[in-house]
Design a protein around this ligand. Structure first.
Ligand SMILES: [Mn+2]
Length: 656
């Protein structure tokens, strides 16, 4: 169970204090944050900037042919498009090239360099990659091509032998969290320092800058937030046909970032995941609306096939989770030969959300396998990978998302260690900024909250708790993928939406007194604004989520062999009979609902264990997904509880 953690106790917010409360939990001051006061870094101070400018000018003087080498994700594509558009405008002989996930993979390779050479290129500029391409850049030098590296990834021990390296992490001071596209933006700012103001640059390139910055999920603070926020002012007036067609059909007023993270970025990313990132690049570089539409059509098709591939991976993993009871593990790890490497990361994030556990999936490609994983807040999955690096041929990433390559023969051994050393994983916390009365939810309060936008990592969208409401009804929407939750408070009826949870997975009943963790959104429809509620999590109001989650941990630790079961968690025969009588006529239930039906008399750890015993003795067949249990009666014959090995194990361990 996810633990609800109140950042400001259970303070209630209204339009007058909502900003103060949220800023307090972020540790920020009104002036700095709301007015977005921040120092804009001077690109002249960037490490490597002056050598970049002189090498580029030399190339221009000598009419050299330049190749931009980018990446296949949203950041890599927007960075490529931004630099390509800029250099083309200057009448420089420039081309671009992108890697493919399916041939060669991430970054420069010697084959790519040979290919670039065949076009007569004598200068490569990398964007959003290159910092770890030491060998490839040495090779490039040896065949007579200079390389300028522009990147934002972690600095390796040995810097590549490039003529110039611009990476904010090499700077002595100033803002360092730019995306790859942000680095390109700073380079153009330097090149145009005598001609264009920051405002001019934002008008011209702000659309690409914000798409790449949000798409790459870099911290939305400091200069990133300033630049993206300012870019949003001009976003709808973009001159780029590609962005215009991406915006078609979406009606929004003030942007908060989710238009990009949910609307635009997935479509651009889908190209590199399923087919070729070149489609996304050509879309953004299109010079007419009709050209842009034709590339958008391909991108949308790839996005649809990305969704269906993702769905089938999800279903396969889910089946494996039930069959092998992987839900008791700290991390869910699985692999298959049938999975497309480009989409396993998204499938992992769906599993991670649904089961509340980090998830790592591998696509097995013969002797070599490539994996991608997602984590829960507070558990650094990249750091965790590094503890198993003896099995890996390559790994990297961030605390919340990481990738790794491995020899397929080592998967089992890796899996064993990867799970075993995750014992001290923190619980899954949902941080709640404040409590809100549903009557206080209005467009006006959203105008206040949106002053904190754009949201992203390190500036998370606030989460509110709506407490003690009565569930009225639940309706399936979006062809069964989502639900509408109707609830009542003080005699008034309210509606909310919960995405990604089908009707059959929402095991609360009308009349239940529940708490909702929600995000508040503005909705624009036919030119009218309204406030809508997006539900993130639901629980019975009477349940203390921390106590419950700790008990669940006790049970898991016993099942995983980490700790013996405490004496007071061992169920008696009478406990088992009580649980049996309570569930005998049910086919599905939520675990905390069962706890409440038992009048909170049998502690959760015991209930978890009793259900496990029932499954073992084939009294019921039990399947579980997080809090949801589905059962069916298997045997009507009398069984002897003493035959349960699990129960024996629980009692025995406690004797030793
Ligand atoms: Mn990037």
């Amino acid at each position: 169970m996810k633990v609800w953690r109140y950042l400001n106790k259970q303070q209630k917010c209204s339009i007058d204090n909502v900003l103060d409360i949220i800023l307090k939990s972020k540790g920020l001051s009104y002036d700095d944050f709301i007015d977005c006061k921040c120092n804009i870094s001077d690109p002249s101070d960037f490490y490597g900037m002056s050598s970049l400018v002189s090498r580029l000018n030399l190339a221009i003087e000598r009419f050299e042919k330049i190749c931009i080498f980018g990446d296949y994700d949203c950041d890599g594509v927007t960075a490529t498009v931004m630099l390509y558009s800029y250099l083309s405008k200057k009448n420089i002989d420039v081309m671009y090239m992108l890697p493919s996930r399916f041939e060669g993979g991430y970054g420069l390779t010697n084959d790519v360099i040979d290919k670039i050479k065949s076009y007569g290129v004598s200068l490569i500029i990398t964007v959003d990659n290159g910092i770890s391409a030491y060998n490839e850049i040495s090779y490039s030098n040896s065949v007579g091509i200079d390389v300028i590296v522009t990147d934002h990834h972690k600095i390796p021990e040995k810097l590549p032998p490039a003529v110039s390296i611009v990476n904010p992490h090499l700077n002595d001071s100033g803002f360092k969290d730019f995306a790859g596209v942000g680095v390109v933006f700073k380079i153009i700012q330097e090149l145009e320092k005598d001609n264009l103001s920051l405002d001019d640059l934002i008008k011209e390139y702000g659309d690409l800058l914000s798409i790449g910055t949000i798409g790459d999920m870099v911290p939305m603070v400091g200069e990133n937030r300033y630049l993206v926020k300012r870019s949003f002012e001009y976003f709808s007036q973009t001159k780029r046909p590609g962005v215009q067609v991406l915006l078609e059909g979406s009606s929004f007023g003030d942007m908060d970032g989710s238009e990009i993270s949910f609307g635009i970025a997935p479509k651009l990313n889908a190209c590199g995941r399923i087919g070729s990132a070149e489609t996304a690049t050509k879309l953004l570089l299109s010079s007419s609306i009709s050209e842009a539409r034709s590339f958008l059509k391909i991108a949308l098709e790839m996005n649809e096939s990305r969704k269906s591939l993702c769905n089938s991976i999800f279903e396969e993993v889910e089946k494996e989770i039930y069959e092998k009871k992987l839900y008791n593990n700290r991390i869910i790890c699985a692999w298959s030969e049938n999975w497309n490497h480009g989409v396993i990361g998204i499938a992992a994030s769906v599993i991670c959300n649904k089961f509340g556990k980090p998830c790592f999936l591998f696509s097995v490609q013969g002797e070599e396998s490539r994996g991608s994983g997602r984590s829960i807040p507070g558990f650094d999955i990249c750091d965790h990978l590094s503890k198993c690096q003896e099995f890996l041929t390559k790994f990297g990433g961030h605390p919340m998302a990481a990738g790794a390559n491995i020899k397929s023969e080592n998967l089992e051994k890796f899996n064993e260690k990867f799970l075993k050393i995750a014992n001290d994983m923190p619980l899954y916390y949902i941080d709640i900024d404040c409590v809100i009365d549903p009557e206080n939810i209005s467009v006006e309060i959203l105008n206040e909250i949106n002053k904190l936008s754009p949201f992203g990592s390190e500036n998370l969208e606030p989460i509110f708790a709506i407490l003690n409401v009565t569930l009225v009804r639940v309706v399936s929407i979006g062809s069964g993928k989502h639900i509408r939750i109707v609830f009542k408070k003080n005699g008034k009826i309210f509606e909310s939406t919960m995405f990604g949870v089908p009707f059959s997975d929402f095991l609360f009943s009308p009349g239940d007194i529940i708490d909702l963790a929600v995000r508040l959104k503005k909705n624009f429809f036919l030119g009218r604004e309204s406030a809508v509620i997006h539900v993130v999590d639901v629980k019975l109001s009477e349940i203390d989520s921390l106590k419950f989650a700790l008990d669940e941990r006790i049970f898991e630790n016993f099942i995983l062999g980490i700790d013996p079961l405490p004496d007071d968690c061992i169920p008696s025969r009478d406990d088992c009979i009580q649980v049996f009588n309570c569930i005998r006529n049910l086919s599905s239930f939520r675990i905390e609902k069962l706890y409440s039906l038992m009048k909170n008399k049998i502690r959760p750890a015991k209930i978890f264990l009793i259900l496990e015993i029932f499954d073992e003795l084939k009294i019921f067949s039990v399947t579980r997904n997080c809090e949801n249990y589905r059962i069916s009666v298997k045997s009507k014959e009398k069984v002897n509880l003493n035959e349960s090995l699990i129960l024996k194990k629980a009692m025995l361990k406690n004797e030793i």
